[in-house]
Design a protein around this ligand. Sequence first.
Ligand code: NAP
Length: 237
Amino acid sequence: MTTTLITGANKGLGHETARRLIAAGHTVYLGSRDAARGQRAAERLGARGIQLDITDDASVRAAVKTVEADGGLDVLINNAGIQAEMRDDGVVVIDAAELTADVMRKTFETNVFGTVRVLHAFLPLLRRSAAPVVVNVSSGLASLSRVTAVGTPTHAYPGVAYPASKAAVNMVTVQYAKAFPNMRINAVEPGFTETDLNANTGIQSVEQGAEIIVRMAQVGSDGPTGGYFDAEGVLPW
Ligand code: NAP
């Protein structure tokens, strides 16, 4: 039996990932910073709802206690994330000219520090698993190669904070993978997916977007680690 925790799974890609992994036989903890929203989503899917705000030490500590008491963790999916430079209609308005340290800090607080907080807190449980797996949900915007490829949509993205935060997630992924060779730890790019993160301007469905998250969550002990993938394969850093 594989036990999996997904952060930010009350909606969007995390929610779809939960649905698919439950169908694949995983016991899924559906993390949500709003307990009631999480509980409703968990009941819909047959998951275990767990209150989890990745920016809050006490919330993360309590989640570790709950999961540990129930028997431990095999797969951690760091999915929760924000894109703070976007207006309500999906237009990115905070570009390099408008960027402040506060926007950068807010973005990193969730996407980077939150991810590390959760990783650090669940490491002891993952180390006890026979086949530990971590999936860090990154972005194509984390790729320095893509962001500098003139003429592509990735090159045209004007925001700074979100791509920088996801590039940091990629580096965290590589360094953790080296430190814990017995774990499979990978970063994934779901693709531009219709969710609240981009005011539903994305061009693919959550079913398509969750594909690589679900695949990397099920990677075996002989699978890749320290990599960066989308549904088509390996991505350039
Ligand atoms: P979404 O529908 O907005 O979902 C984001 C989830 O993260 C929500 O459940 C949200 O909870 C949660 N979250 C935000 N801050 C949190 C916190 N402090 N603690 C716990 N949960 C928190 O967006 P999504 O597109 O599914 O995003 C999922 C991941 O995919 C993100 O890491 C995003 O960067 C990445 N991604 C998305 C796309 C895309 O095109 N959609 C492309 C590449 C990568 P609330 O409901 O409480 O806000």
